[in-house]
Design a protein around this ligand. Structure first.
Ligand SMILES: [Ca+2]
Length: 401
């Protein structure tokens, strides 16, 4: 099928703009929050300018301790028009992530939000879960009643496709679990990528993994899906371990949540308290990282993070490294040039090179791309205090009237 021309232009513009930002080569340009993450100034129907949305989003999730808090944060954020929540297998199997998502919707009093069941398994691999970190029930052992709310009949990938097609160019996807549902939606419809406004995801790392030394958990679970997403051309904001491991939930945070008398803060406190205790039992020196809510926060307020543009690709064939995210940049690591040469360096077509071909292959060149074009803004640093002000502030505030 032919893609719609105007949507193609949008994608080409992104690439052109990204290339221009690289060509500009300034530190400021490198750390400008991503356009798709920064809720841009828009016109509302009355013609009033508004910086606060609401912006259409779909949250794809595998609750998950930090997913639960991320969902509660999102449902307490007036900037978001949550079109749906799409649970996926990840931290725990789908038969737990689905009811856990429904529980959060009920706790937040937001049963108006459709919840669509997603993939039970990664695209081509057996499911590896993280029950070791999230407890057998996925919520760190915090127990909540069985949800009464039911998921909609439509499967997640079809639901994502339908919503994106309904509002072309408007929907931002916020995946905070393995990328199976998103990749499946993109596989269903070759035009879909051109209609997605952006993806702000929790996943990956340019500084070592958490489930293996190479891979972050979400990407490790379904590297093939992650590769489809990173190569889709959709503008991506990657909030990975480089930033999320600098966020740590503390006793003080939990006490603030406990003191607030509303169902959301009480539930968040219960989950947070269990997570801290679980962490302590495992002997960790720092409190639980709030990986997923940082991705939601990155969409709400990109100034919380510092970003740099990379071409990110995903290792899918390693014996030890599958799910590793590789960040290519002519402005990072040993490839850095003198400032006066930076512009040239980007233009100089730094090639994107893979592993050397083996004798058994007929592949003549391991060059994957002949020049540097970024596909992701990667969060490299975070103002943790500012992030927790947002997270704990919104979770402990009374419900909006
Ligand atoms: Ca998650």
């Amino acid at each position: 099928m032919e893609s719609k021309p105007h949507l193609r232009v949008t994608r080409r513009q992104f690439v052109t703009n990204s290339a221009a930002a690289v060509a500009a080569g300034t530190l400021a340009a490198a750390f400008t929050p991503s356009a798709q993450a920064a809720p841009a100034t828009e016109q509302d129907p009355e013609g009033q300018r508004t910086d606060r949305g609401p912006f259409r989003v779909i949250i794809d999730t595998d609750p998950g301790v930090d997913d639960a808090l991320a969902l509660l944060l999102a449902m307490r954020s007036p900037e978001l028009k949550i079109e749906g929540i799409t649970p996926v297998a990840g931290n725990v199997p789908l038969d737990l992530t689905l009811p856990n998502a429904l529980r959060m919707v009920e706790i937040a009093g937001r049963t108006d939000i459709p919840v669509a069941a997603g993939a039970k398994m990664p695209l081509v691999r057996r499911l590896v879960t993280a029950a070791y970190a999230h407890g057998e029930n996925g919520l760190g052992g915090a127990v909540f009643p069985e949800p009464k709310t039911k998921p909609i009949a439509q499967p997640a990938a079809e639901f994502i496709r339908a919503i994106v097609r309904k509002y072309p160019g408007e929907v931002t996807l916020i995946p905070i679990g393995p990328l199976t549902n998103i990749a499946t939606a993109l596989n269903l419809d070759s035009e879909l990528a051109g209609m997605v406004r952006g993806i702000v995801l929790m996943g990956g790392s340019l500084s070592g993994g958490n489930i293996t030394p190479a891979a972050e958990f979400n990407i490790y679970v379904d590297p093939e899906a992650a590769r489809i997403v990173f190569q889709s051309g959709i503008p991506i904001t990657m909030v990975g371990l480089d930033a999320t491991r600098k966020t740590s939930l503390t006793e003080d945070h939990v006490r603030t949540l406990e003191a607030a008398q509303n169902p959301v803060s009480q539930a968040a406190a219960k989950i947070g308290r269990n997570a801290i205790n679980h962490n302590r039992e495992l002997g960790f020196l720092v409190g639980p990282n709030m990986h997923d809510s940082l991705a939601v926060a990155a969409f709400l307020d990109p100034s919380i993070l510092k970003f740099k543009e990379y071409y990110v690709d995903v290792e899918t064939t390693g014996e030890l490294t599958s799910g590793e995210t590789l960040g290519y940049s002519p402005r990072a690591g040993d490839l850095r040039r003198k400032p006066e040469m930076e512009k040239q360096a980007a233009a100089m077509n730094m090639s994107i090179r893979g592993s050397a071909p083996t004798l058994a292959t007929t592949r003549t060149s391991p060059v994957l791309r002949d020049k540097f074009v970024p596909n992701a803004k990667v969060a490299l640093d975070v103002d943790s205090a500012k992030f927790f002000n947002l997270l704990i502030g919104r979770l402990s505030a009374s419900a909006p009237a």
